[in-house]
Design a protein around this ligand. Sequence first.
Ligand code: AMP
Length: 278
Amino acid sequence: MRMIVARTLADCRAQRRRLGRVALVPTMGALHAGHLSLIEVAKMRAEHVVVSIFVNPTQFGPTEDFNKYPRPLEQDLARCEEAGVDLIFNPSADEMYRPGVPDVIVELPSLSTVLEGKHRPGHFKGVCQVVAKLFNVVTPDLACFGRKDFQQLRILRAMTDALDFPIEIVGCPTLREPDGLAMSSRNQYLSPDERQRGLAISRGLFAAEAEFKRGINQTNRLITTIQKPILEHHLSIDYVAAVDPQTLKNVDVVTGPTILAVAARVGKTRLIDNVEVG
Ligand code: AMP
């Protein structure tokens, strides 16, 4: 079956009706191997795969990179076609947010005011708004999200639960470059020097993971270990935290699954990454 590109809600709904069990992979485009790994999981879990490509304006803050966010659409479409995607939903902003239609805001304050939510006010409101709309338009049976954005994954699971979407949320592993840098569409902003310094984030996380395996379970020590290379390479830290994957509350001593998470800026580029221990 040839891949179909739908640009309107009506066309997306009509095309979706022709498909059976569907897995949705929501993206903002600028697709890399991390996105393609989500598509692979989707293919294993469902008969048909729908990928949305939409740089969602409502999840960007006023000083963030919405305008300069990369939009290599032709390349993205070719990658999806090659990956065996059935349907692309690529709406315009006016199609998603029709002028005159009031905003509906879905908020999960207990999960969205910490970590990313604290540093990117309004970000998760935008994410929940667009994903709820995508769920209603595509009506997938399941949807795949990356664990690199673990807070987003947690919040979208909670939203799906709370609003009774009959959709299974599937978390997928973080894909990394051979040297450890977590893949991200934003990595293309990095100069060669920044790219090298950005490695300090995964190095710090891996060092803490190794330390945990050696028996250190106090998170203040693990956090210090993570911070060391990041500070040495002069990144500006938004947060380094150890949190419970369910509640997102800080953990003092690792006694069960715990996420070690980092957000830091290299030059103007903000990078996030995390590992799970415990
Ligand atoms: P984005 O296009 O950045 O909004 O990401 C779309 C989806 O791809 C989200 O579910 C992300 O968590 C996921 N994703 C982004 N980077 C990676 C990665 N390196 N490995 C796995 N999934 C990723």
